[in-house]
Design a protein around this ligand. Structure first.
Ligand SMILES: O=c1ccn([C@@H]2O[C@H](COP(=O)(O)O)[C@@H](O)[C@H]2O)c(=O)[nH]1
Length: 236
C-alpha cells in the first residue's frame, strides 16, 4: 500500500530534548501552531514524558517516541504493545532482525509505525570500525534497510546523506526519517552526518528531525518557521 501523502508542515519533527515536562510544556506553548509533530526521546521520556506523549497525541499533535528499543524479542514485543496504547505515530527500534521482527508483529493492528534506526547520525566510518564493524556507514545503512524492508518495518532513521540511496532501495513505501539536520550556520554539535533542511528534502527525506537548532534558538518559533519555509521551497 502507498503511504499517505505527507502534509508539508508535518515534515518537521521537533525533538523535545528538555529536562522536564514543565520545560517541554513551556516550549510547546511558545511553538504554538508552528509545530505539529514532536519527538520525545531519552531525556524527556525518563522524566515523565510518556504521559506527556499521550496527552499531546490526545490533543491532536503527532508524536514520535524515540525510545530506540533493543532487547530479546518477547520484551520488545511487550514494550511495543504498551507504547501502542499511548497513541504515538512513530516508535524507534534498533535495526537488528530479532528486534525489528518482534516490533512489527506487536504493532500489527495498532496505528503505531515502527522505524528502524540504521546507523546513528553521530557515527562516521571510524566510529563504526572502533565499535567492531567491518562495513562502512553507507554499506551498513543499506544492509540494514534491506533487512528492515524484508521484515515489514514501516520506516528508516538515517542521515539525509543516505536518503537518496535508500530511496532507490525501498522506493516510496517506507518513511525516511532523518535527524542530523542543520540549517546553514547552526552548530554541528555531536552530529557527524548532516545536511541542511532543503538538501535533505531534495535528497528524498520524508521527515526532518530537528532538536538543538530549535530548542536552543533565541526565538524557537521563528527557527521552526524558517525550517518550514526551507522545506516548502525545496518541495516547490
Ligand atoms: O541517528 C539518530 C537517531 C536519533 N537522533 C535523535 O534526533 C535528535 C537530533 O537532535 P539535534 O539536537 O538536532 O542534533 C536527538 O533527539 C537524537 O536523539 C539522532 O540525532 N540521530
Amino acid at each position: 500500500m502507498q503511504p499517505a501523502k505527507i502534509a508539508p508542515r508535518d515534515r518537521l519533527i521537533v525533538a523535545l530534548d528538555l529536562p522536564s515536562v514543565a520545560s517541554a510544556e513551556a516550549m510547546i506553548d511558545r511553538l504554538g501552531d508552528s509545530v505539529t509533530f514532536y519527538k520525545i526521546g531519552y531525556q524527556l521520556g525518563y522524566a515523565g514524558g510518556l504521559a506527556l506523549a499521550k496527552q499531546l497525541a490526545g490533543s491532536g499533535k503527532k508524536v514520535f517516541l524515540d525510545l530506540k528499543l533493543h532487547d530479546i524479542g518477547n520484551t520488545v514485543a511487550r514494550g511495543v504493545e504498551s507504547v501502542a496504547a499511548l497513541g504515538a505515530t512513530f516508535l524507534t527500534v534498533h535495526a537488528y532482525p530479532q528486534t525489528m521482527k518482534a516490533a512489527v508483529e506487536a504493532r500489527t493492528g495498532s496505528g503505531l509505525k515502527i522505524l528502524a534506526v540504521t546507523v546513528l547520525t553521530s557515527y562516521d566510518d571510524s566510529d563504526l570500525h572502533a565499535a567492531g564493524y567491518r562495513l562502512n556507514v553507507s554499506d551498513l545503512v543499506e544492509a540494514r534497510a534491506r533487512q528492515a524492508q524484508a521484515l515489514g518495518v514501516d520506516g528508516l532513521v538515517s542521515s539525509p546523506e543516505e536518503a537518496a540511496a535508500l530511496r532507490k532501495i525501498v522506493g516510496d513505501r517506507m518513511n525516511l526519517v532523518t535527524p542530523g539536520i542543520r540549517p546553514a550556520g547552526s552548530a554541528t554539535g555531536d552530529q557527524k552526518r548532516i545536511m541542511t533542511p532543503a538538501r535533505a528534502i531534495a535528497a528524498g527525506a520524508d521527515y526532518l528531525v530537528v532538536g538543538r537548532p530549535v530548542m536552543e534558538a533565541a526565538d524557537p518559533k521563528a527557527a521552526a518557521e524558517a525550517i518550514h519555509a526551507e522545506i516548502a521551497q525545496a518541495l516547490a
